[in-house]
Design a binder for this molecule. Structure first.
Ligand code: 13P
Length: 250
């Protein structure tokens, strides 16, 4: 069965001290008996200190990005092996901010995705349409091609380590969320694509998260949809009380 997951993408926020304070708060407030996989993604310099704090807890760590090479002359980059060496279990690839601000292409995302799964880590692969695509009724086509040109180059076996995160760009950081019906409609479409490409088993067992202005007041309704298996949370993951109320919204 697929897992319920709530992941906090801290983006480029929080100093060391602030990261430790938020982690401390989360450790105190995330229920010990939750069935939800709780993941947080601090910035690179804060991964290890946070890992030291959470290693015996039910919270795990994700990195927000990684390079596809193991080492070498790639100034400013961090490899999957380095992340693994400090206890990171998940890597987020394909976030819309990486695509739009840093120009990451489908090919690059395919290489990164392959690297993450070959190294044995969980891949959290993000994708989603911009507002113009949705207005033009092209959102299903756009999502299909984003998947086909990158993460669908993985095998069914690789997909056991993949979590998908549908994040419509128009809903990220805008306060405007997809309606639960819009989220369900797209997630069902994605699950059908998985079924066509990899078969029923992969489709049923792959967690598909929704991201884009998930807040304590809308999480429950979004998570109640049958094909929504949790959320990738930006702004609301920066406050322990908000994040924990989303974690417990199933
Ligand atoms: P917000 O929750 O701030 O809209 O961000 C969503 C997101 O981009 C998570 O990766």
């Amino acid at each position: 069965m697929r897992k319920n997951i709530v992941a906090g993408n801290w983006k480029m926020n929080k100093t060391l001290e602030e990261s430790q304070a938020l982690t401390k708060d989360l450790l105190a407030k995330v229920p010990a008996n939750t069935n939800t996989n709780v993941i947080i993604a601090p910035t690179f310099p804060n991964l290890y200190p946070v890992q030291e704090m959470i290693k015996d807890s039910n919270i795990s760590l994700a990195a927000q990005n990684a390079h596809f090479e193991e080492s070498g002359a790639f100034t400013g980059e961090v490899s999957v092996e380095m992340l693994q060496s400090v206890g990171i279990e998940t890597v987020i690839i394909g976030h819309s901010e990486r695509r739009s601000i840093f120009g990451e292409s489908h090919d690059l995302l395919a290489q990164k995705s392959s690297k993450v799964v070959k190294a044995g880590l969980q891949l959290m692969f993000c994708f989603g349409e911009v507002l113009e695509d949705r207005k033009a009724g092209k959102h299903f086509d756009v999502v299909k091609s984003q998947l086909e040109e990158s993460v669908f180059q993985l095998t069914a076996d690789d997909f056991k380590q993949v979590v998908l995160a549908y994040e419509p760009v128009w809903a990220i950081g805008t306060g405007e969320t997809a309606s639960p019906e819009q989220a369900q409609e797209m997630h069902a479409f994605i699950r059908d694509l998985l079924k066509d490409k990899y078969g029923e088993d992969t489709a049923e067992n792959t967690s598909i998260l929704y991201g884009g202005s998930v807040k304590p007041n809308n999480a429950k309704e979004i998570f109640s949809k049958p094909d929504v298996d949790g959320g990738l949370i930006g702004g609301a993951s920066l406050k322990a009380d908000d994040f924990v109320s989303i974690v417990t919204a199933f």
